[in-house]
Design a protein around this ligand. Structure first.
Ligand code: AKG
Length: 237
């Protein structure tokens, strides 16, 4: 590649990165549950139905999350409330992710690789544009779009409660060269005052306790996230 092409390529990538830095994640990242943590002044005023739709969506996803967590407990032969009881009053956060197109998608990342600090995350994918990838055995795999389906993602705090049976996967979002992409992630996390750690029934001699029991994991999570480290490594026994 000649010098001119190389400079042009660098400029294009820089412009793209700036555009992306300025736009991604900026739409809304807000607490939606419990009700008293909703700061309506920070929610978009347009479209006018935004508030009611987000509240209804939150209520439906709260129910869904509870159903999934009960089923996960039952699948391990635990009492169905085992995980929910530990979590206490579920905190939910909605994040609207916007990924503008970029001509050189291989040179920029939409969302850096991370695992979620929640117990569970329910992701509504863009119906038309793929972008979510998951890391397995050091290879990235795309998560296909299934129309009208949510992606259910295990977060670090479920990995801790299940003593490592359910794994919190590392994932990232990549950019499309032609089309913008919009997704909505709903993070379902335990109350910050709840003590989170492996449930007793999942600890025995053959499988000792793998994680400490701690409060407010989300705080640790964000400290580590900024340093590109995994917070779950800090709570391993
Ligand atoms: O937009 C996506 O596909 C992934 C979103 C995500 O991982 C997140 O918001 O933490």
């Amino acid at each position: 590649m000649g010098q001119k092409e190389s400079i042009m390529k660098d400029m294009e990538v820089t412009l793209c990165s700036q555009k992306i830095k300025g736009l991604i994640g900026l739409i809304v990242f807000t607490s939606v549950q419990p009700e008293h943590q909703r700061i309506f002044q920070a929610w978009p005023q347009q479209p006018p139905e935004f508030r009611d739709v987000l509240i209804e969506y939150t209520e439906k996803l709260k129910e869904l999350n509870e159903g999934i967590m009960k089923a996960m407990a039952k699948s391990l032969k635990l009492e169905e409330e085992s995980f929910l009881k530990q979590c206490g009053d579920t905190n939910m956060f909605a994040r609207f992710n916007y990924y503008p197109p970029c001509k050189r998608p291989e040179s920029v990342l939409g969302l850096k690789s991370h695992a979620d600090g929640s117990a569970m995350t329910l992701l509504l994918q863009d119906p038309n544009v793929e972008g979510l990838q998951i890391l397995r055995d050091n290879n990235w795999f795309k998560v296909s779009i299934i129309p009208d389906a949510l992606v259910v993602n295990v977060g670090d705090q479920m990995e801790m409660m299940s003593n490592g049976v359910f794994k919190s996967p590392i994932h990232r979002a990549v950019i499309n060269s032609e089309k913008e992409r919009l997704t909505i992630a709903m993070f379902c996390a335990p109350d910050v005052e709840s003590e989170i750690g492996p449930v007793d029934e999942l600890i025995d001699e053959s499988r000792p306790k793998l994680y400490k029991t701690i409060k407010n994991y989300v705080k640790t999570y964000f400290q580590y996230y900024q340093q590109n480290k995994r917070a779950i490594d800090a709570v391993r026994v």
